[in-house]
Design a protein around this ligand. Structure first.
Ligand SMILES: Cc1cc2nc3c(=O)[nH]c(=O)nc-3n(C[C@H](O)[C@H](O)[C@H](O)COP(=O)(O)O)c2cc1C
Length: 267
């Protein structure tokens, strides 16, 4: 009986000490995680930039040249375009500008009217990045970033065209969450290769590029603009078409592409 009170005090002390230790451990862990996130951010950003550059080199068909990756990077010039006018913007740090991040900043972006938002992205930055691939100073390829909603996910891609701003050199989809074996075929070689040589616009300057359901009949008058659909992934293919229609249209890179087509470099 006489030692009942001291026992309660020591139990309380133990609980307090346990809570204090748990608090200190969680404080230490959260500081470690926060410091790691801050310290690793520059490396993560550098990795993302390198990944992007590798995709640009790949979609432009430069990897087949056999040159070293670092050497190939020397062929790429990054520019920023005012999407409304189609003119280059010179007061922006091209290498740091990220159109996807800028689309989340109200000062740098605009809401896309619903009737124009074929890609289902809601907002876009006022400016867009373009990557110009030159060899010996001569423009060989123009690479444009595109993105839009697929069946399950946002699809991020790059489209490479010849200096005529019309003939497709290549396409790649480097980030998406479509189903392996179905929608994810958009990022695989056999399907990507089927885009080479296709045309974006017809002679009347109408945007005609489209992923169709099934196979494109070779004798179809639309064969130059139509790409075979992926079996069992019609909806992902439709997402790709919608993303291209938005980004190559008047609200996307359309004014830039028209400017390039009417005033080709060196003309
Ligand atoms: C588990 C599962 C995953 C699917 N993933 C995709 C996909 O990534 N992309 C797609 O377009 N369709 C996908 N589909 C199929 C669509 O629901 C739809 O049936 C299909 O797009 C119709 O295309 P088809 O006309 O070529 O058969 C998936 C279906 C199932 C059951």
């Amino acid at each position: 009986m006489p030692d009942a009170e001291p026992k309660i005090t020591s139990e309380r002390d133990t609980i307090r000490r346990t809570l204090l230790v748990a608090f200190l451990v969680s404080l230490l862990c959260s500081s470690l995680v926060a410091s790691a996130a801050v310290l690793l951010k520059p490396r993560q950003e550098a990795n993302e930039a390198r990944h992007m550059r590798r995709n640009i080199v790949d979609v432009a068909g430069l990897l087949e040249s056999g040159q070293e990756f670092e050497e190939l990077l020397g062929h790429i010039e990054t520019r920023v375009v005012d999407l409304q006018t189609g003119s280059y913007v010179d007061h922006v740090d091209e290498l740091r500008f990220d159109p996807v991040k800028a689309a989340r900043d109200p000062a740098l972006s605009l809401a896309i009217p619903e009737e124009l938002d074929a890609a289902g992205i809601g907002r876009r930055s006022k400016w867009g990045s373009v990557y110009l691939v030159r060899k010996g100073g001569v423009l060989e390829t123009i690479v444009l970033p595109v993105r839009g909603r697929g069946l399950w996910s946002m699809i991020y891609g790059l489209l490479a065209v010849e200096p005529d701003a019309n003939t497709i050199v290549g396409i790649t989809f480097y980030e998406h969450g479509e189903t392996p074996g179905l929608g994810d075929q958009i990022s695989k070689r056999p399907w990507r290769d089927s885009w080479s040589g296709k045309q974006l616009f017809d002679e009347s300057n109408d945007l005609k590029i489209e992923v169709v359901k099934g196979r494109v009949p070779p004798d179809s008058p639309l064969a130059p603009y139509h790409v075979d659909g992926i079996s069992g992934a019609t909806l992902t293919g439709r997402g790709v078409t919608s993303a291209l229609q938005y980004w190559l249209g008047d609200h996307g890179y359309g004014p830039y592409l028209q400017r390039i087509r009417s005033q080709p470099e060196g003309s």
